[in-house]
Write a protein that binds this ligand. Structure first.
Ligand SMILES: *Cc1c(COP(=O)(O)O)cnc(C)c1O
Length: 395
């Protein structure tokens, strides 16, 4: 079968079809190659494969056919030339930094990122000789002011979690280009269904496949998408040497996840918008954070940059921590956990969990108040999700 040019197809089609390579068995679904190594027909073939003179598999830390199918499918979805899969989202970020930065190269990263990402930059990359400064995600002048002659990378995720602030990807891409730096976007919250950062000028896209790509909370994995040289040569070379590669079983689960990504994201977004609107009408709710609401300060940017508004709804209740905890403790359906991107809706109190280890001053500077709750909206009926939240609201 010829491989079509996926640019000619809609996203839902790419998500189901791109990347599949069938074996001679004629399997309809993607095959799972659970094997650590591969055998050769002769000594000469072994030698040629090891020396990269012949294409083909050698060892699953380097390449694996199931992982390869996942990589090709995700690359097509993001509109990138090349993708490499990693053992986790964090491994994707680490591999990107270690493969591309020299000691002394400076990073400007967004405030309000995933906690482990911030920690990775602050604690480990700084120690390895890559100083990092943080810029307010929605303030291009702040980004500009943090850039030094040593800056090689701008790093962000958008929208932020839990407050749903957006970065203007096109504006930041221009800024990065003009300073000869790379713009790296963690696209975990939007997935290519809602946002395609490479089309907006980003150099690289990072994924935690653990979230919406799996979509059912089963496996941990990650990926980097971008151009052939940066991803297919530089980051791939690091991965095959250092080893944080994706397991074939996880790649197979993620392939199945991608097949339903478009339809799931639509439903996640529809339900989130429904719940945000209803929360706004509740007298016990002080403020709702959701980019789909006209009052959201970046509502217009969100409409330009994303095809839908996402699945995270945060809100402040009247009455502080006690009132917020009462909402959580009154739920019968929602899972009390900080995970997201799952069919199961989750509820969390950021100030005492995900943001519990930073100081009270840092928290209030970041806008994480004691009365804030975050719901990652899953695929249960929105009526049931809302009723579960409402039970603990007010008296
Ligand atoms: C979860 C997450 C990560 C880390 O991914 P893992 O697969 O857990 O390593 C990175 N970025 C964002 C935005 C995330 O939500």
């Amino acid at each position: 079968m010829n491989h079509p040019d996926w640019n000619d197809f809609d996203l839902a089609t790419i998500a189901v079809r791109a990347g599949q390579r069938r074996t001679d068995e004629g399997e309809h679904s993607e095959a799972l190659f659970c094997t650590s190594s591969f055998v050769f027909k002769s000594a000469a073939e072994a030698a040629a494969r090891f020396q990269n003179q012949l294409p083909g598999n050698v060892y699953s830390r380097f390449t694996n056919p199931t992982v390869h199918m996942f990589e090709d499918r995700l690359a097509a979805l993001e509109g990138g030339e090349c993708c490499v899969a990693t053992s986790s989202g964090m491994a994707a970020i680490m591999a990107t930094c270690v493969a591309l930065l020299d000691a002394g190269d400076h990073i400007v990263a967004a405030t309000g990122m995933f906690g482990s990402t911030t920690q990775l930059f602050k604690k480990y990359l700084t120690r390895m000789g890559n100083p990092v400064d943080f810029a307010r995600i929605d303030d291009i002048d702040d980004w500009r002011s943090k850039i030094t002659p040593q800056t090689r990378m701008l790093f962000l995720e958008t929208p932020t979690n839990p407050l749903t602030q957006l970065a203007d990807i096109s504006a930041l891409a221009e800024l990065a280009y003009s300073h000869n730096a790379l713009l790296v976007v963690d696209n975990c919250f939007c997935t290519p269904v809602l946002q395609r950062p490479l089309e907006l000028g980003a150099h690289l896209v990072i994924h935690s496949a653990t979230k919406f790509i799996d979509g059912q909370g089963r496996c941990v994995g990650g990926a980097v998408v971008g151009d052939k040289k940066t991803v297919g040569e530089d980051i791939f070379a690091y991965l095959r040497t250092a080893g944080p590669t994706m397991s074939p079983f996880n790649a197979w689960v993620f392939l199945k996840g991608l097949e339903t990504l478009e339809i799931r994201m639509k439903r996640h977004c529809e339900s989130a918008a429904n719940i945000a609107m209803r929360l706004q009408l509740e007298p016990a709710v002080k403020r709702v954070y959701f980019p789909g609401l006209a009052e959201h300060p970046q509502h217009e940017l969100c409409k330009r940059q994303q095809s839908d508004f996402g699945a995270v709804v945060s809100f402040e209740v009247e009455g502080g921590k006690e009132a917020a905890w009462r909402v959580i403790d009154s739920t019968e359906l929602l899972s009390i956990t900080a995970n997201l991107g799952d069919v199961k809706s989750t509820i969390t109190h950021p100030a005492s969990t995900t943001h519990g280890r930073i100081s009270a001053e840092e928290r209030s500077a970041a806008g994480i108040t004691d009365s804030l709750l975050r719901v990652a909206v899953g695929l249960e009926s929105p009526d049931d999700i809302f009723a579960d939240i409402k039970r603990g609201l007010g008296e």
